[in-house]
Design a protein around this ligand. Structure first.
Ligand code: PEP
Ligand code: MN
Length: 339
C-alpha cells in the first residue's frame, strides 16, 4: 500500500500513522519529498488487513493499493492459460480448439430440445445449452421445466454426445443440477450470490460465471475467486453484456473484457452474444468480433422456431441461421490462430 501524507502533517500525527501501519503487520518505508512524504507499506495486502482505514487519520491524504485483491484467478497464480475438460468427451475449453455452446434459452419440450441438439451438433457445436431453471424478471413468465428439463438435457446428451451446460439458480438445487450438468452456469442475476458460488464450486463441476448486469470487472474477478478459493479450479468467465443507457440493444456487450480477462486471469473467457444484444440479427457480427478478439468459446441461443420461444424470443437464432453462422465463423477462427 502507498500512504500519501498531507504536506502539513504534524510529527505527532505522522508517528500515529507509522505506529498503525506496523500494528497491522506492514513494514513502513518513509520517502520524504520536497513537498510531501509518502509511506510505502510493505506486506501482502491480500493476507494483511487493509490500510484503507488510514484515510480517516489526521494528516493522511490518500491510501492506494498496489496489489490486486484477487489472487487465485490472477495470472500470477497460474502459468499459461487454464484449460477445462468438460463432459465424457473431455471437450477442452481454453485450448487451441475454439468451442461453441449452443441451444435454446429454455428447455421447453423434448422434441424442441432434441431437434435443436441434433442441429447444433451437425453445425459443429460441442456443448448443448438449455435452461431448466429460468431467472425470469416477472414471476408470471415461464419459469422453466425444473428437473423434468434436466432429464431432457440428459437424454439429449445420450442421443448426441454433446456435453450439457445449464443454469444453477439456487443453492438447494446444487447437487441435483450437478448430477445432470457438465457445466454449471451461474447467471448474471446471481453473479454475486456468494453462497451459490460456493455451492457450485463444491459440486466439483466446471462453473461458467456470467458477468452481472452492473458488475465491474474487479467484482467479477473477485466473484470468480470464490470458486477457486473453494477448491474448484474449473472456472470460466462469460461476458453477456451490461446495463447502459443504450436502448437499441438489450444490453451492451462489452467485448473489451476479452483482452482484459486474458490479461488479468488465466481462466477462459466465453462470450454470450445472445443476452449480449438481445437481437438475433446482431448475433453473427458479435460472434465474429468475439472470435477475432481472442475469446475461447461462445454461448449462443438457438431455437427451432424463435418466434414461438417461451423465453428470449427476439434473440434466438434459427437452426439454419446457426449453421450459416458456424460456416461464416470458420475464417475468423483460423485467423485467431484457433481450430
Ligand atoms: C440465459 O443464458 O438464458 C440467461 C438467463 O443468461 P443471463 O444470466 O446472462 O441473463
Ligand atoms: Mn436467455
Amino acid at each position: 500500500m502507498i500512504v500519501v501524507l498531507k504536506p502539513n502533517i504534524s510529527k505527532k500525527d505522522e508517528a500515529i500513522v507509522l505506529k498503525e501501519i506496523k500494528k497491522l503487520g506492514y513494514q513502513p518505508h518513509i520517502m520524504r519529498g520536497v513537498q510531501r512524504t509518502v509511506i510505502g507499506a510493505i506486506g501482502d495486502e491480500r493476507t494483511h488487513s487493509s490500510l484503507e482505514a488510514l484515510t480517516a487519520f489526521a494528516g493522511v491524504e490518500s491510501v492506494m493499493p498496489v496489489q490486486k485483491r484477487y489472487k487465485l484467478v490472477s495470472r500470477e497464480a497460474h502459468q499459461g492459460n487454464s484449460t477445462i475438460k468438460v463432459g465424457a468427451e473431455k471437450t477442452l475449453i481454453g485450448g487451441k480448439k475454439f468451442q461453441v455452446m449452443a441451444g435454446p434459452c429454455s428447455v421447453e419440450s423434448e422434441s424442441q430440445l432434441i431437434t435443436t441438439a441434433k442441429a447444433v451438433k451437425a453445425a459443429g457445436a460441442t456443448i448443448l445449452r438449455g435452461g431448466a431453471f429460468k431467472p425470469r424478471t416477472s414471476p408470471y413468465e415461464f419459469q422453466g421445466l425444473g428437473e423434468k428439463g434436466l432429464k431432457m438435457l440428459a437424454k439429449a446428451r445420450r442421443e448426441t454426445g454433446l456435453a450439457i451446460i445449464t443454469e444453477l439458480l439456487s443453492e438447494e438445487h446444487a447437487e441435483m443440477v450437478a448430477e445432470y450438468a457438465d457445466i454449471l452456469q451461474i447467471g448474471a442475476r446471481n453473479a454475486q450470490n456468494f453462497q451459490l458460488l460456493i455451492a457450485a464450486a463444491k459440486t466439483g463441476k466446471p462453473v461458467l460465471l456470467k458477468r452481472g448486469l452492473s458488475m465491474k470487472v474487479e467484482e467479477w474477478l473477485l466473484a470468480g475467486e470464490y470458486v477457486l478459493a473453494n477448491e474448484n479450479p474449473n472456472l470460466m468467465f462469460c461476458e453477456r453484456g451490461i446495463r447502459t443507457f443504450e436502448t437499441y440493444t438489450r444490453n451492451t456487450l462489452d467485448l473489451s473484457t476479452i483482452p482484459i480477462i486474458k490479461k488479468e486471469s488465466h481462466c477462459p473467457i466465453v462470450i454470450d452474444p445472445s443476452q449480449g444484444a438481445g437481437r438475433a440479427d446482431l448475433v453473427m457480427a458479435m460472434c465474429k468480433g468475439a472470435v477475432a478478439m481472442g475469446a475461447d468459446a461462445l454461448l449462443i441461443e438457438v431455437h427451432p422456431n424463435p418466434s414461438q420461444a417461451l423465453s428470449d424470443a427476439a434473440q434466438q437464432v434459427t437452426l439454419e441461421g446457426f449453421a450459416t453462422l458456424m460456416e461464416e465463423l470458420k475464417p475468423f477462427i483460423a485467423a485467431a490462430g484457433r481450430e
